[in-house]
Ligand binder design. Structure first.
Ligand code: FAD
Ligand code: DHB
Length: 398
C-alpha cells in the first residue's frame, strides 16, 4: 500500500489532518488501532477555541457544530465563596469559545472522511515507523479486518497523530529526543449526568478541599470534574458523594445558587501531566497533538493544540506542493512549539492556581487567593486569562 501522507491515529489530530489534505488534493491513509465505535465514544475534551471552530467550519465539518454547539462568552471563577465572571468578548475584542464535545468533532470528521476522503482503516494498529530519516518512510501495521496480517504503508511523509501512548514518537532516535515533563499529585474525577447544567457558563472553583469544575455537554447533560488524589479509582466514589462534594466546593454567598443533581451516567479518572517532546519532526516523520505534548486539562487546551499542529502541517505541505517551498515544513517544529509552550504555561498556571496540592501550606493558600483576587481586580490579568483561554488566532502564530 502506498500514499503521500501516512497518518497514524484517528483522534482529532489525525482526522482533521486527513480532511485538510483531502481538501487540498493531497492523498493520505489513516491507520487507527481501535474500532469506530470506540473512537466515537471516548469521553474527553469539550471546549473549542474560536480558532478551532473557524478551522472546522472551513474544513466543511461545522454544520452540526453550528447547530448543536453552545457558544460561551465567559466563564465563572469561584473562590472564597465569591463568584466572578470573566467576559471573553469584552476582554479580547470579541473572541469566545464553543462547547462541543470531542466525541462529536470526531463523529463529524469520520463521517466526512468515509464519505469523501481517502482510506480510513479502523482496527489497523501501527507497529513501527521505519526509515523516518530517509526519502521513503514506511509504517508497519496490523489490520484486524485482514485476518491480522502484517502490512506496510509506504509514504512520502508519516505523521504520528497517535496520542501519548502511540508508537510514532519512539521512531525519533534517542540522541535527538528531548523530553520536558512534570507530574501532579492529583487527578480529575469526571462525570456525565442527565441533568441540565446548574449554570449557563462553566464554573472553575478553587476550594480548600480541592478544585471543582462544572461544565456541560448539552442543555440537558451536565459534565463535572472534581480534583481527587492521584491513583483514585472512580468506583470509590458513590454518586451522592460526588454531588455532595461538588456542592461543598462550589459553595458561595450568593443565595441564587443551587446545584442541580441528576443520574450519573459515566464516571472516570484522568491523571494530570505536562509533557513536551522536542523536536516535533525527525526527517520525514512529524508528530502532532498528544503524540508530541500533553497539558493538564485545566485550561482546556489539549484538543485545540492538536488542531493548531495539523493546521500548521497541512499549510506547510500545501506550500511545498504548490510553490516548491519547504520553508514552512522545515519550520514546523519551531512554529508549533512556540504555541505549545504558551499552552503549557497557561495550563500549568491555571492548574496550580486552582488545585490544592496535598502538601499545600497556609502560605500557598494565600498566594492562590491573591492570584485570584488579582484576576478579578486587574483588567490586565483578566485579559491575559481571557486571551489565552479563547486562544490566539492561528494566523498570528505562523
Ligand atoms: P488522541 O485523541 O489521543 O488520538 C490518538 C489516536 O491514535 C487514538 O484514536 C488512538 O486509538 C490511536 N492510536 C494510538 N496508538 C496507535 C497505533 N499504534 N496505531 C494506530 N492508532 C493508534 N483535553 C481538553 O481540552 N479537555 C479535557 O477535558 C480533556 N480530557 C481528557 C481526558 C483523557 C482521558 C485524555 C487522555 C485526554 C483528555 N484531554 C482533554 C486531551 C484531549 O482529549 C487530547 O489533547 C486530544 O484527544 C488530542 O488529540 P490527538 O488526536 O492528538 O490524540
Ligand atoms: C471541559 C474540560 C476542561 O478541561 C475544561 O477546562 C473545561 C471543560 C469539559 O470536558 O467540558
Amino acid at each position: 500500500m502506498r500514499t503521500t501522507v501516512g497518518i497514524i491515529g484517528a483522534g482529532p489530530a489525525g482526522l482533521l489532518l486527513a480532511r485538510l489534505l483531502h481538501q487540498a488534493g493531497i492523498a493520505s491513509v489513516v491507520l487507527e488501532s481501535r474500532d469506530r465505535a470506540y473512537v466515537e465514544r471516548r469521553q474527553r475534551a469539550g471546549i473549542l477555541e474560536q480558532g478551532t471552530v473557524d478551522v472546522l467550519r472551513a474544513a466543511g465539518a461545522g454544520a452540526r457544530m453550528d447547530r448543536e454547539g453552545l457558544p460561551h462568552d465567559g466563564i465563572e471563577l469561584r473562590f472564597a465563596r465569591r463568584r466572578h465572571r470573566v467576559d471573553f468578548p469584552a476582554l479580547t475584542g470579541g473572541r469566545s469559545v464553543t462547547v462541543y464535545a470531542q466525541t462529536e468533532v470526531c463523529k463529524d470528521l469520520i463521517a466526512l472522511q468515509l464519505a469523501e476522503g481517502g482510506p480510513l482503516l479502523f482496527e489497523a494498529e501501527a507497529l513501527a515507523v521505519e526509515g523516518a530519516g530517509t526519502e521513503s518512510p514506511r509504517v508497519r501495521f496490523r489490520h484486524e479486518g485482514r485476518e491480522g496480517r502484517e502490512n506496510v504503508l509506504e509514504c512520502d511523509y508519516v505523521v504520528g497523530c497517535d496520542g501519548f501512548w502511540g508508537v510514532a514518537r519512539t521512531a525519533v532516535p534517542r540522541e535527538v529526543s528531548r523530553v520536558f515533563e512534570r507530574g501532579y499529585p492529583y487527578a480529575w474525577l469526571g462525570i456525565l449526568a442527565d441533568v441540565p447544567p446548574s449554570h449557563d457558563e462553566l464554573v472553575y472553583a478553587r476550594h480548600d478541599r480541592g478544585f471543582a469544575l462544572l461544565s456541560m455537554r448539552s442543555p440537558s447533560v451536565t459534565r463535572a470534574y472534581l480534583q481527587v488524589p492521584d491513583g483514585t479509582d472512580a468506583d470509590d466514589w458513590a454518586d451522592d458523594e460526588i454531588w455532595d462534594e461538588l456542592d461543598r466546593r462550589l459553595e458561595t454567598d450568593d443565595p441564587q445558587w443551587t446545584l442541580r443533581r441528576g443520574p450519573v451516567t459515566a464516571k472516570s479518572v484522568t491523571p494530570m501531566r505536562s509533557y513536551v517532546h522536542e523536536p516535533m519532526r525527525h526527517g520525514r516523520l512529524f508528530l502532532a497533538g498528544d503524540a508530541a505534548h500533553i497539558v493538564p486539562p485545566t485550561g482546556a487546551k489539549g484538543l485545540n493544540l492538536a488542531v493548531g499542529d495539523v493546521v500548521t502541517l497541512a499549510r506547510a505541505l500545501i506550500l511545498l506542493r504548490d510553490k516548491g517551498d519547504p520553508g514552512a515544513l522545515d519550520a514546523y517544529s519551531d512554529t508549533c512549539l512556540r504555541r505549545v509552550w504558551q499552552a503549557e504555561r497557561f495550563s500549568y498556571a491555571m492548574t496550580t492556581l486552582l488545585h490544592r496540592a496535598p502538601d499545600a501550606t497556609s502560605f500557598d493558600d494565600r498566594i492562590q487567593l491573591a492570584g485570584l483576587d488579582r484576576l478579578t481586580t486587574a483588567r490586565s490579568a483578566e485579559t491575559d486569562l481571557a486571551e489565552a483561554y479563547t486562544g490566539f488566532p492561528l494566523d498570528e502564530q505562523d
